[in-house]
Every structure is written in C-alpha cells, then in structure tokens.
Design a protein around this ligand. Structure first.
Ligand code: SIN
Ligand code: CO
Length: 379
C-alpha cells in the first residue's frame, strides 16, 4: 500500500531527518486497527512493556506495567495516557501500519508503540532521539512542535520522565484519525488529547549511536582475538629519553587497533547479526510442534503463503556468489538459489515460494521452527 496525498521522494529529500511535517488523510479509508479495550488487555500481560503517565502540568507520575485489570477504572478524573510498546509484534493489523513506510529500510524500523489517552492526557513536552511517525488512530490530539534539542537541553528534575524544562511551540496542528505527524530526531514535541478515547500509533525508527557501534563491535572482536597477539618491538631502537612513548611506538599500537577494526566483511556480518537481534529475546515464538520438511514441501507446493513473524527482524547483505541472511540475531549463508529466497523473505510481506529446492525447504523449516516464519492461516 502507498499513501494517498504523499510524495515519498519529496519527503525523503526535504523532510526526513530534517523537519516536522503533517500528512493529512494518508489512508484512503482509515480504520482504527485496535480497540482501546484490546490495548488495555495487552498492558496487563507480563511479557509486554507498558507505561502509564498520569497527570500533567508540572505534576507527572509514571507507573510501569504490567497493570492489574481494574487499574484503569481506578484512575479517576486526572488525565492519563497508557503507552504500550511493540504492539505490532502482537497484533498483525497494527504491524500492517508499517507497510506504507517501507520507503525507509526495514533495518531502521524499531516498533509501533500505541497510546491511549483521556481528555487532556499526554506525556508532556519532550524530545526523542529517533524519527517517529505519529498516526492519529482514534479521537483528536493537538500536537505542538518546538525547536531541535540535544544533550545540553535543560530537562525538568524528574526521576522517571525526561521532560523539557522549557517548551515553546513553533507549529501546532490538530490531528484527526488517519492524519500523520512526522517528527525528526531531537525535535521538541507535545501532544495533548482533545476529548477522551484518543489513540496514537507511533511508528518508531532506530539509528545506532557511534558509541554503541564502537562498543559492541569491539566487544565482538575481542571474543576472537588471541592474548598471544601482542605488541612487539624486535630490533628495538635506542631512544634519548626512556620516559618517552615514541611516535613510532604509538603508530604501531594504533595500527594494532585500527587493523583489527577495519575488516569490512567481518563488520558487515557482525552488524547484520547485531542489528537483527530481537527486541524482546525472552519471548519464545517457536511452535509447539516443529514442522517436518516433508509437510512443508506439500504446503509450499500448494502455494500456501508464508509471512514473517512481525516480531522477527529479517535483513540481508549481498556478497560474492550470494547473500547472507540475518534473522533474529543469527546469520545464514545463502549461495545459489538460496540467495533469491533470502531476498524474497526480507523484502516481501506475503511470500509464495516457487519450486522449493531441498536447501530452500530446509532454510524455511529452520526459520519456521524458530518461530520467525509462519503460514498465513497458522495462529
Ligand atoms: C503519545 O503517543 O502520546 C506520545 C508519543 C510521543 O510523543 O512520542
Ligand atoms: Co515523543
């Protein structure tokens, strides 16, 4: 599906990562994919990350889920917002909201957070470090955006919430169901529900920080480095002051580090695995009964449609002779006809596998039995 009223090329060129933008009536016929009661039900489950923000204007309280079923009825008249993370992992109709945003590569997508607010509810003026599309699902919300912030921007003293000490709106819109506000990283924003039953779907992205990349990549390199691989100085040169660490010594030490870090092929494989690690590794999606290759072969021959588990992260890189497929933190070498399958699994939402060689069937069965792929009609 593609958005109505939206020029993806102009958006990528002029707005993405640069400036906020409102897209009105992006869906030809908008239909809210989740009922408020269903969201409340998810917020009561153990494995689901949920938060409740109660109050407003200088008096905010944060509670972490899971919540007791009667918690929401007991909140009284103070405005409140319930926020539930990664609802796309649980509800296929919410996962489908991501589809028109595929002009951004899948590896940059984080999850869809869903919020529900009563009249006047909101999470307060703040900024996020990532791009976000805020889709109005139900009811109305007034959104204000302000200036671009960074780590030096002053925050209110609060134990749990990162709220801005000062917020001055430079733009303001009232969003109705099916409207979208795009907010680039760092921009101050504040959304307040206008009336009860206000639901917002946040399609959130992610971008690794340099610190995270360097830290985790080095951690992974260290696992393979030998303690015998050490600085050496045969033919030691005489130096005038024994207290000096000379420039040649520094250059040799620095080269030990940069040489180890500069293997691009190893970096690509590490990054694919790292970036595809599941967001909630404690959730086990594996089917109770594994599927045998013979049964899979029949299903594929019948043209049954395969889908990625919306909670699974799939991506691939090209390499000489094929591709490497990354699924939920693991890599699969895909040479020959497997590389076409790897591309199809990563790039197509409803997957129909053509013939199905033994190697292809084994790959699909393995992914199915890890819970990363399922057939359309399976629960
Ligand atoms: C909300 O849905 O209320 C908050 C989303 C956000 O500001 O990032
Ligand atoms: Co935000």
């Amino acid at each position: 599906m593609q958005f109505h009223n939206f020029d993806s090329e102009a958006f990528r060129r002029d707005s993405w990562q640069q400036q906020p933008m409102v897209i009105r009536g992006a869906w030809l016929a908008w239909s809210n994919p989740l009922e408020p009661d269903e969201l409340a039900g998810l917020a009561c489950e153990d494995e689901i990350e949920a938060r409740l923000v109660i109050g407003g204007a200088g008096d905010w309280v944060l509670e972490d889920g899971p919540f007791a079923e009667d918690r929401f009825a007991a909140l009284g008249d103070r405005p409140w917002t319930l926020l539930v993370q990664a609802v796309d992992h649980q509800v296929p109709a919410v996962a489908a909201l991501i589809e028109p945003f595929r002009f951004v590569p899948n590896w940059r997508i984080d999850d869809v957070m869903v919020s529900y607010a009563t009249d006047g509810g909101g999470v307060g003026p703040h900024f996020d470090q990532y791009d976000v599309f805020l889709i109005q699902g139900l009811g109305k919300r007034r959104w204000q955006v302000g200036k671009r912030c960074d780590e030096t921007t002053e925050l209110l003293p609060h134990e749990d919430l990162r709220l801005l000490a000062e917020f001055e709106a430079t733009d303001e819109w009232v969003l109705e169901p099916g409207d979208i506000l795009y907010v680039p990283p760092g921009y101050a924003h504040n959304g307040v529900a206008m009336g009860d039953d206000c639901m917002t779907y946040s399609v959130g992205f992610r971008a690794p920080s340099r610190a995270e990349l360097v830290g985790h990549w080095c951690q992974s390199l260290m696992e393979d480095l030998s303690s015998d691989d050490r600085y050496g100085d045969p033919g030691l040169a005489e130096q005038a002051n024994p207290g000096e660490i000379t420039a040649p010594a520094i250059a040799a030490l620095h080269a030990m580090v940069t040489e180890a870090m500069s293997d691009k092929a190893a970096f690509a494989r590490w990054f694919g695995e790292y970036n595809s690690a599941p967001k909630y590794p404690e959730i086990d999606w594996a089917p109770e009964v594994p599927l045998a290759v013979a049964d899979l072969s029949k299903m594929v021959a019948d043209g049954q449609i395969l889908c990625r588990n919306p909670a699974s992260r799939f991506s691939f890189i090209r390499q000489a002779g094929g591709a490497v497929l990354f699924v939920d933190g693991e890599s699969y070498e895909c040479a020959g006809d497997l590389s076409g399958l790897a591309e199809q699994l990563c790039g197509t939402d409803a997957i129909v596998v053509d013939a199905g060689s033994d190697a292809q069937l084994c790959l699909i069965a393995g992914l199915h039995n890890r819970g990363c792929l399922g057939f359309d009609d399976e629960e």
